[in-house]
Ligand binder design. Sequence first.
Ligand SMILES: *Cc1c(COP(=O)(O)O)cnc(C)c1O
Length: 387
Amino acid sequence: MTSAPDQGFGTKAIHAGQSPDPTTGAIMTPVYMTSTYVQAAPGQTKGYDYSRSHNPTRTALEQNLAALEGGRFGLGFASGMAAIHCVLNLLRSGDHVIAGNDLYGGTYRILKTLYEKFGVATTFVDMTDHAQVAAAFQPNTKLVMLETPTNPLLRCFDLAAIAALAKQRGALTMADNTFATPYLQTPLAHGWDIVIHSSTKYLGGHSDVVGGALVCNDPALHKDLAHFQNSCGGTPGPMDCFLVLRGTKTLHVRMDRHCQSALAVARWLERHPKVERVHYPWLPSHPNHAVAKKQMRAGGGMVSVELKASVAEAMAVCSSFRVFSLAESLGGVESLVDHPASMTHASIPAATRRASGLQDGLIRLSVGIEDEADLVGDLEQALARLP
Ligand SMILES: *Cc1c(COP(=O)(O)O)cnc(C)c1O
């Protein structure tokens, strides 16, 4: 009923942070729909005084996510962006950030449109090139941040090597582990200071909640992050925490299927005559395949495809699926297709987008857990429409 560090991932996913409700024995963590908590005498609480600061459903989620990432402390947020904002708020004007050049559009947006005006400058670099990363450091570089695999090009960066570079220069490190999930990779184990998640994606896993989280190991860092969480209040409600907790219980089972079907889809696409290129870390043709193999358990559920098609033709393909749904987001049980240039990454200027390798005709698949044959069949009928 409790979880220990030496337990396997599945056992931790189901038990970490969760014990039967002391009042009733309810096996599932209750949704504590309460804003405040009655005190026996002024200041005499049972550990909870106000739900922005703490809520038992959120505590269960925070402990569960910390255990899965192999960290000591978890913090829940109302969205992935609220979690990223919390980390960026550790910076002061005049500080410098080094970020990967292939990022979630909203992460690029918060850096460029909200932090730059306060004098926090960001250098975006291709983190597959370690010399480029090393050269980007300035005396005022305080934070190194990346996603791996990246969105949407699924590039993989060497977590251990980049953490070591940042550590040498005294910079804090934050890895966005949304695409991989802790089942496939744990950045803290490779020397990263903070892991951030959009729990909207695989952790929740059912496209029914928006949420975010941070996990770290250092008590002083946790204290600063928790101070921001409580002061600014971008915290998740108890129902949202319950939904993410419900999701993490099946994370390992869902991820196994996502990975298995994504690999099958990627292999099938690679042989298709209308396909220019498939981006999937578990294909030997992927430029960062060796790094992926070194730090990941499997390739993940995301596959990106460059079609031999014009922008208009690629957009038409996106609208012609029967099993895949055309939508932003990812990581749910149902398969989704996205056209990054016009949807998720539209907030990145076209020239910047193309310079980082994101072609206008690229489509991104979030491979769900429907039957593999139905997914491949759907791709077959959609691609057959190309001239
Ligand atoms: C979705 C996403 C985010 C933002 O999370 P929200 O929950 O939408 O705020 C950040 N990083 C990655 C990699 C994402 O996919």
